[in-house]
Design a protein around this ligand. Structure first.
Ligand code: C2O
Length: 571
């Protein structure tokens, strides 16, 4: 009788060690950390452009909290919705290997977190370094719900460049004086284009060129002679942005959390969704210098916000009067497509890469706008009484409303989506020419394109001139792709494949498809789940410029989607 308790305690001790040991084995690496965060989505009063506005924020901050992790770390973010709108959070650019449930797009991988609800996103960063970001992926909430996600190299590993003395996230945003949700609701109701924004912001502040804004202009303090890592993020809703810094050129070293072959430039162009890491050496006379950004607007005759946002790069020597007016940089003209193109063509991987091949799925997607007839009995505000639409291969994407595509797929719910998304446009035409009106009307539907695990996808993204040609920043969830080439006019396989960079193409998650042009990307479908591909101009995703890939599980357990988390929001 006496032996029993001691033997059972020995057993439980053994059991404890066994559990502890197996837990150790489960950890990705001894250096990796787990970061816990609470995101409270709430209504917050903020002062902007002379007035107080109630906006939706995370933890009362604009931009929201900056998350700093290392490659290999795990993030556990509990999102609590205390606001009045549905919300989800998307971790833009995170590969989410086997964790599509944490990706975030509303009605694609999850149902929204309703007011009063919560959901915990859990995922691990694998093989990514640099700058990404997070944003709401529900209606136009990301106008104010966004923040930086900084991924440092693993412990004991350095950057592929000298360690910078200081580093700053520089997040460009877009501001409306009206509630952005009501702006998009009105546009959806009337079919007209939504109002353009009232300001752009840098780290939440419009800067010196707007009314009532100079006292809070963002200032970046730098020290003479030092090297600084500036992590630019374009979080604007609908606007591509040119950025320039007075008196300084910068060296681009990364984009979309991949390192790039360094190049020097005096102007940057970032499309919404893109990030660009640059090194800036403080080698100018100590003073104050403006960082300025304004629109790159590639569409002709389309209204856009033509204001300019500024922040200040300030040498912190205390050796000049703080009242010195900062010098102003030269920004390209709003429609300077040449500068935008020559900038994007400078991107390359730092060294030779193994290009995925041979291609198993050759896809050709037209991306562009369209018009739909007004609903019977209504009057619409689009051109000639129509309503605006947009499509890929003439399919104007419609989100489900009762269950997410991923859940419908997992649970075998029929009638939510079809798997017949076309691999090429239903009709071939002169995509960038004078397109017949008969081809302007897309078909609204919820369709996915199925990919086998391990498929090698080559995707030609062909812009169209329907309604108006425009540069479309196309973003793929859950993947990075190699950008093999881009060009103007119609893609011509016979001649344009010669332009492919099959040596060191850049690896990104968002590609700007040139106005009236094309881009070709390649990726391996090694991540099972449902992954949205869409234009990152929210006005265009609202109109249907999106589709989704359904990537099937592979054979092994490590090639399969994880089971859904128990707290996945109910639909
Ligand atoms: Cu940053 Cu679906 O987007």
């Amino acid at each position: 009788m006496e032996a029993l308790p001691s033997s059972s305690s020995r057993q439980s001790l053994l059991f404890f060690f066994l559990i502890a040991f197996s837990l150790l084995l489960l950890l990705p690496s001894s250096n990796a950390a787990v970061h816990y965060h609470d995101f409270i989505v709430q209504e917050t009063p903020v002062k902007k452009l002379c007035k107080t506005h109630n906006i939706i924020t995370v933890n009362g901050q604009l931009p929201g909290p900056t998350l700093v992790v290392r490659n290999g770390d795990t993030l556990v973010v509990k999102v609590v919705n205390r606001g009045q709108y549905n919300v989800t959070i998307h971790w833009h650019g995170v590969r989410q290997m086997r964790t599509a449930w944490a990706d975030g797009p509303e009605f694609v991988t999850q149902c929204p977190i309703r007011p009063g609800g919560h959901y915990t996103y859990k995922f691990t960063i694998k093989g990514q370094e640099g700058t990404l970001w997070w944003h709401a992926h529900s209606s136009w909430l990301r106008a104010t719900v966004y923040g930086a996600l900084i991924i440092l190299p693993e412990k004991d590993k350095g950057y592929p460049f000298a360690k910078p003395d200081r580093q700053f996230p520089i997040i460009l945003g877009e501001w409306w004086n009206r509630d952005p949700i009501s702006v998009v609701r009105q546009a959806t109701f009337t079919g007209a284009a939504p109002n353009v924004s009232d300001a752009f912001t840098i780290n939440g502040e419009p800067g010196d060129l707007y009314n009532c804004s100079s006292p809070t202009t963002t200032i970046f303090p730098i020290k003479q002679g030092t090297t600084n890592l500036l992590r630019f993020i374009n979080a604007a809703l609908n606007t591509e942005l040119f950025i320039s810094i007075a008196g300084h050129s910068v060296t681009v070293v990364g984009a979309d959390a991949s390192y790039t072959k360094p190049f020097t430039t005096s102007v940057l162009m970032l499309a919404p969704g893109q990030t660009t890491d640059v090194l800036l050496t403080a080698n100018q006379p100590p003073s104050r210098y403006y960082i300025a950004a304004h629109a790159y607007s590639s569409a002709q005759g389309v209204a856009f916000d033509n204001t300019t946002t500024t922040a200040i790069l300030q040498y912190d020597c205390g050796c000049f009067p703080k009242s010195n007016p900062p010098s102003f940089p030269l920004l390209p003209a709003f429609n300077d497509t040449n500068t935008a193109t020559s900038f994007s063509r400078k991107f390359a991987s730092p060294s030779t890469v193994q290009i995925p091949s041979p291609v198993t799925d050759n896809l050709f997607f037209t991306v562009g706008l369209g018009l739909l007839p007004c609903q019977p009995g209504r009057t619409c505000g689009g051109p000639n009484g129509t309503r605006f639409a947009a499509s890929i291969n003439n399919v104007s994407f419609v989100l489900p409303s009762a269950v997410s595509i991923l859940q419908a797929h997992e649970l075998g719910v029929n009638g939510v989506f079809n798997t017949d998304f076309p691999s090429s446009p239903p009709i071939q035409f002169d995509y960038t020419g004078n397109v017949s009106r008969a081809l302007w009307q897309p078909v609204p539907a919820t369709k996915v394109y199925k990919l086998k695990y391990g498929a090698v996808v080559e995707l030609v993204l062909q812009g169209t001139s329907i309604v108006t040609a425009e540069n479309h920043p196309i973003h793929l969830h859950g993947y990075d792709f190699y950008i093999l080439a881009e060009g103007f006019g119609n893609f011509n396989r016979a001649t344009d494949t010669a332009k492919f960079n099959l040596v060191n193409p850049p690896l990104r998650n968002t590609v700007g498809v040139p106005v009236n042009g094309w881009a070709v990307v390649r990726f391996v479908a090694d991540n099972p789940g449902v992954w949205l591909l869409h234009c990152h101009l929210d006005v265009h995703i609202t109109w249907g410029l999106a589709m989704a890939f359904l990537v099937e599980n592979g054979l092994g357990e490590l090639e399969a989607l994880e089971p859904p988390p128990l707290d996945l929001p109910p639909c």
